[in-house]
Design a protein around this ligand. Structure first.
Ligand code: GDP
Ligand code: GDP
Length: 482
């Protein structure tokens, strides 16, 4: 009911913090496998981590947290596929620009080259640029060690030989690795950590915060109030503790750290692509296509999407398109009904009508919480991040196989799969959760064809009734098991 919406907030306080975690910059020309390697480094060795990025998919840039033995560090991948449309040597100034941004903070640089393609002139150019820049007398006045990772060396027979070719870069011993297979990556990590400062006690808290940062994208049609909302979220104190410059000049992520006064816990929220939200409709970036494309990219990078709605105007087709996209990408979501102040006098009936309106027009995200706010007056703004937090937890939640099968058994007893025209009926053997972000449940059945959509929706409803998963989509996979 409406009253529950005005309950006192937990008064999270914004605190500033330093970035304690050393940064490793991954540099190289496009398509050598940098993003694959970053996935491997950051995902493969973290317990339970799911590698989320699809390799080869165009993306802006990746800052990831990685750990190896007692070390924790961030990895940034630069110079990705963004330049695909610009052939030849145009690459170098671009790569250099991105590398400079990453190197500014970096403790170690890794130059990635392609062992299968072999030595190229561009590799040589990047290497000599790095040699100059990372020298004590270079741009940053400190030496940044450079390692050479020769990627795509999955063959043990040819790997060493492929790698040896890159001695001529003049950067020391090239290390054969395979981002795809993971071979050589342990050696590379050992080498990286050799150059990192020993992990200290007092950095541990910051580190645990860093690894639990929630990536949040603010998405919506033009004029629903995204930039107003962003400003309201960042607040008067402007506790923006880090501005992470992207490899594309115009993308900036902002990190907000909140401390819950009751528990003392700190939670970081990375507001993705803040520059894109802030930018006013100018000619260069104003085209519909660009905005949509940008929104889609931000959704892909997010854990939780704030879908901002204009409650004065009501829900439109474009809102539904964005919601659809959020579901397709498997992201958690909070529906933020903005401009609540503009609605004049409100009572429970109007509140309930508007909740219903949102649900009716956006049925694909009926699992998301809806909160009505005013970016203008600040009403309920502080509750938004609480809902983000709750949604993020559900998005990453794991439920044991035993519990899932209890729910399944009960659902099937209550309503068995229907019998098909051919007289066959669907049999559900068991189910198990195979992934998080979003929670993904595989159902093992006699024949997936025998389960109509209505029955699948029934099962999803039953699972949600029993297990919650409020704020996140659930994926259901149907696997045949004879
Ligand atoms: P980036 O542009 O440098 O980030 O490169 P990507 O990580 O996107 O990879 C470019 C291409 O190389 C993709 O088609 C990958 O599948 C492929 N690739 C990446 N790592 C390896 C590897 O270790 N071995 C092989 N054979 N291919 C790889
Ligand atoms: P964006 O295009 O989604 O970033 O939207 P803006 O933040 O630029 O806001 C668009 C318009 O809506 C501006 O005129 C804002 O002043 C107005 N606006 C934003 N939030 C609110 C709100 O909570 N209440 C009211 N009444 N107007 C708002």
């Amino acid at each position: 009911d409406a009253a529950s919406l005005v309950e006192p907030p937990s008064k999270p306080r914004k605190v500033s913090r330093q970035n304690h975690m050393p940064l490793v910059a991954i540099i190289g020309r496009p398509n050598v496998g940098k993003s694959m390697l970053v996935n491997r480094i950051s995902g493969a060795f973290r317990t339970g981590a799911v590698v989320e990025d699809t390799p080869g998919v165009t993306r802006d840039r990746t800052y990831r947290v990685a750990s190896w033995n007692r070390w924790q560090f961030r990895v940034v991948d630069t110079g990705g596929l963004v330049f695909d449309d610009r052939p030849g040597d145009v690459f170098l100034p671009q790569i250099r620009q991105q590398a400079m941004i990453a190197l500014r903070e970096a403790t170690v640089a890794v130059l990635v080259v392609d062992g299968q393609e072999g030595f190229t002139a561009l590799d040589q150019e990047i290497a000599s640029f790095l040699r100059k820049t990372c020298d004590e007398k270079g741009a940053f006045g400190r030496r940044i060690p450079i390692l050479v990772a020769v990627n795509k060396c999955e063959s043990h027979v040819h790997g060493e030989a492929q790698a040896a070719e890159f001695w001529q870069l003049g950067l020391g011993q090239p290390m054969p690795v395979s981002g795809i297979h993971g071979s050589g990556v342990a050696e590379l990590l050992d080498e990286i950590c050799y150059y990192l400062p020993a992990p200290s006690e007092d950095s541990e808290k910051a580190i645990s915060l860093e690894s639990s940062v929630r990536n949040v994208a603010i998405i919506g049609r033009p004029n629903v109030g995204k930039s107003s909302l962003l400003n309201a979220l960042l607040g008067e104190e402007r506790a923006i503790v880090s501005q992470v410059p992207g490899t594309t000049r115009d993308a900036i992520d902002e990190l907000v750290v909140l401390r819950d006064e009751r528990t003392g816990d700190e939670v970081g929220y990375m507001l993705i692509d803040t520059a894109g939200v802030r930018r006013k409709k100018n000619v260069e970036f104003g085209t519909e296509f660009f905005m949509i494309n940008r929104a889609f990219k931000a959704i892909r990078r997010a854990d939780v999407v704030l879908l901002v709605l204009d409650m004065e105007q009501g829900i439109m087709d474009q809102d539904a398109e964005l919601a659809e996209r959020i579901v397709d990408e498997g992201k958690a979501c909070v529906l933020v009904g903005n401009k609540w102040d503009a609605l004049g006098k409100k009572d429970n009936r109007i509140y309930n009508d508007l909740q219903r309106h949102v649900r009716d027009r956006l049925p694909m995200v009926d699992w998301a919480n809806t909160i009505f706010v005013s970016a203008k007056t600040g009403q309920r703004i502080e509750r938004i991040l609480e809902l983000v937090d709750a949604a993020a937890k559900e998005h990453a939640r794991r439920v044991s196989t035993a519990v899932l099968n209890e729910v399944l058994l009960e659902a099937v007893q209550w309503q068995a799969p229907p019998t098909s025209r051919g007289g066959q009926s669907g049999k559900l053997y068991y189910c198990t959760q195979v992934a998080v972000k979003p929670p993904t449940i595989a159902f093992f059945v006699n024949n997936p064809q025998l389960f109509p959509d209505t029955y699948k929706r029934y099962l999803e409803r039953k699972f949600r009734e029993a297990l919650g998963f409020q704020g996140t989509p659930i994926r259901m996979l149907w696997r045949e098991r004879k």
